[in-house]
Write a protein that binds this ligand. Structure first.
Ligand SMILES: [Zn+2]
Ligand SMILES: [Zn+2]
Length: 484
């Protein structure tokens, strides 16, 4: 969006910081590199499977690149050793360059044409790695089958992470356009193609500004957000090693293109699923006293489940229990042997979430026994279908708000209400300070107003450079504010 660039014209500050930076470099050209080198060996313990030029010593590679980048950028950018709005402007300017916009859109379109489901993101992962290699960004692969952990910066603490999810959905795309999904029955209907493109875009910006980074940015490209708890497996494989804070974005059809939204505290609900089987004794419906009716027991259980939220939960603390399927016999005159019910439950805190789980189990079991039936209840805990609530750290939320305010203007940052949807970003936010935020893709003219997971879902691609700039500014400024 060109208007965003116009909002932040170049000021004389640029000239002042340029002069300071020039003086600094001329009097002390290798100071930064030396400082990094002296402390790098004991801090950096990554194993990069495929770094570009110096596989044996990725730290040196970073330092060489830093020195080279410093020389290259000396006459083109200001010194952001003191953070000013000018630094945000520069990031946005790089993101909005014509060639950058063209490239980032092409990356997104390639991913969109070949959507891949959870833990099958082989081509997507390959494409990401190719782009990282072109930029000479070292990375670790594979994590969680297709996941990638890349690194930009000094190789020194602090480490701040940016995360993108890569998986698509088993949905047939209904949008007719030039880059429609070429895989029948699969579609990027949640915008994860855009998330990957924005993070690759951020990588390019951060690489160009590597000399400014007062620490290290970790880029996490994870598989299987929609199903399979990819985040959990990425963490198990070391994605958060040394990382002290993490951020991620999700596109949102609820906000106009480029508008950023988030909130402190609980943002997305914890999500779980259940399946209960209530068993009785089959028999002729004309003589019900010879059978034990599981339909009656299951019906009572459905009614009782409604009382958990309405009677046992604090009305100011939103929770949900929904029964979504109820399957029994298929005869008019036979009482079935068993009823199978399934559904979902949501809550905004782990305590409430596990309280719901306990009560759902109790209600099924106890209601079944009231009607002389028995019940088994399954929560699929071993199948990675439980998502904890996504809770934003207050300080990380404030950081996103501040960065967004500088980039897109304070009026284009919105405090959003919590939503009952779930995100596996919650596995990261359970462990370290984190903030999840939305970026608008809504453009009535284009038709990008359909909800995620709709076959009509589409995005306004003008969001891509803004998202890339937001990611980059969040990371660079985090390191500026929390680094040494
Ligand atoms: Zn989704
Ligand atoms: Zn999603």
């Amino acid at each position: 969006m060109d208007t965003l660039v116009k909002l932040f014209p170049i000021t004389c500050k640029k000239a002042i910081f340029f002069a300071i930076f020039l003086g600094f470099i001329l009097t002390n050209p290798l100071k930064g590199a030396k400082t990094s080198a002296s402390s790098s060996s004991d801090q950096h313990d990554f194993t990069y499977f495929k770094s570009i030029t110096l596989l044996k010593n990725p730290n040196n590679m970073v330092l060489q690149n830093q020195t080279r980048t410093s020389k290259l950028k000396l006459f083109t950018s200001s010194d952001c050793s003191i953070w000013t709005k000018e630094c945000s402007n520069e990031i946005l300017k790089i993101a909005q360059k014509k060639e950058h916009v063209k490239w980032i859109k092409s990356v997104r379109r390639k991913i969109h044409e070949y959507p891949e489901l959870a833990f099958e993101e082989y081509e997507t992962s390959e494409l990401v790695r190719q782009e990282l290699e072109k930029m000479e960004i070292p990375y670790q692969f594979p994590l969680a089958t297709t996941g990638i952990r890349a690194m930009i910066g000094s190789g020194q603490p602090p480490f701040v992470a940016l995360r993108a999810d890569m998986d698509a959905l088993p949905i047939q795309e209904a949008v007719e356009w030039e880059h429609k999904s070429k895989i029948a029955g699969k579609m990027h209907a949640c915008g994860h193609d855009a998330h990957v493109a924005m993070l690759i875009g951020a990588a390019k910006i951060l690489k160009a500004r590597e000399k400014n980074l007062k620490g290290t940015v970790i880029l996490i490209f994870q598989p299987a957000e929609e199903a399979g708890n990819g985040a959990k497996r990425m963490i198990k494989n070391g994605a958060l090693e040394n990382v002290e804070a993490i951020f991620a974005v999700h596109v949102s059809h609820q906000h106009p293109t480029g508008v950023i939204g988030s909130r402190p505290g609980p943002l997305l609900a914890g999500c779980g699923f259940f399946r209960a089987v209530i068993s009785g004794k089959t028999g002729q419906a004309s003589n019900p006293h010879h059978s034990i009716d599981p339909v009656l027991a299951a019906s009572a259980a459905v009614i009782s489940l409604q009382s958990i939220v309405s009677r046992e939960s604090n009305p100011l603390d939103s929770q949900v229990v929904s029964v979504t399927s109820f399957n029994a016999g298929d005869k008019f005159d036979v009482i079935p042997e068993a009823v199978t019910l399934s559904g979902t439950f949501r809550a905004f805190s782990s305590t409430n979430f596990y309280q719901l789980l306990r009560r759902i189990r109790e209600v099924f079991t106890e209601q079944a026994s009231v009607f002389r039936c028995s019940a088994t209840v399954e929560f699929f805990e071993d199948k990675d279908t439980i998502y904890p609530p996504t809770v934003n750290d207050d300080r990380m939320y404030e950081h996103v708000k501040k960065v967004a305010g500088d980039l897109v203007g304070p009026t284009n940052f919105k405090v959003v209400p919590p939503m009952m949807g779930a995100e596996d970003f919650s596995f990261y936010s359970e462990l370290i300070p984190a903030a999840f935020f939305y970026i608008g893709i809504r453009n009535e003219t284009l038709g990008s107003y359909h909800t995620g997971h709709s076959p009509h879902f589409m995005i306004d691609e003008d969001v891509l450079p803004i998202g890339a700039a937001t990611h980059a500014a969040i990371a660079e400024r985090y390191l500026y504010e929390y680094g040494s």
